[in-house]
Design a protein around this ligand. Structure first.
Ligand SMILES: [Zn+2]
Length: 100
């Protein structure tokens, strides 16, 4: 079967790596700073895409952060599961979750 491919490849929501998930959000939705309405919490200048922790396809794993520390992260392969947030709101949002 030959199907001609036109335009961008269809979005698949198979599991992706943590890093891939962030690249994917950027590819699909652009920069958080350009999101309409700005930060979803305060309306200020968004600078990050924050995973909403409500995905049916949630994945979790470990990533290496600053100081080579391993820490647990959760993410989603679906770019629609992310909201634009400013840094303070993103931190507050993550701290407010019991599974952080
Ligand atoms: Zn904010």
């Amino acid at each position: 079967m030959y199907r001609k491919r036109t335009g961008p490849r269809p979005l698949t929501l198979e599991p992706v790596s943590y890093k891939q998930s962030h690249l994917r959000v950027a590819q699909r939705r652009g920069r958080a700073a350009d999101a309409v309405g700005g930060c979803i919490d305060c309306g200020g200048n968004a600078s990050q895409w924050a995973y909403n922790h409500a995905s049916e396809r949630e994945q979790s794993g470990w990533t290496v952060g600053k100081n080579e520390h391993l820490y647990k992260v959760t993410w989603s392969p679906d770019p629609d599961d992310y909201d634009p947030r400013c840094v303070p709101c993103h931190k507050a949002f993550d701290l407010g979750r019991s599974d952080a």
